[in-house]
Design a binder for this molecule. Structure first.
Ligand SMILES: [Zn+2]
Length: 74
């Protein structure tokens, strides 16, 4: 189940909401755990990008970019 991160517009508190894709599509009700405000904005976290992007940058996957990358000194 994906985690959606939000930041409260009133107090600046960042919080996470777990919801299924269908729940998210219907519209999440975001309530700040700190002040109870429903005024929030979506936060795109780095972890969400790294964890949820198939085909993203893959380091150490066996690809060699050039002579200097795997120490190709014969
Ligand atoms: Zn708040």
């Amino acid at each position: 189940m994906p985690v959606y991160e939000y930041r409260c517009r009133k107090c600046g508190k960042e919080y996470e909401i777990r919801a299924s894709m269908s729940e998210y599509a219907k519209g999440l009700k975001t309530v700040c755990p700190e002040c109870g405000s429903e005024e929030s904005e979506r936060v795109i976290s780095l972890a969400a990008i790294l964890g949820g992007a198939p085909g993203g940058p893959s380091f150490g996957a066996g690809g060699c970019g050039g002579p200097s990358c795997c120490g190709g000194g014969n």
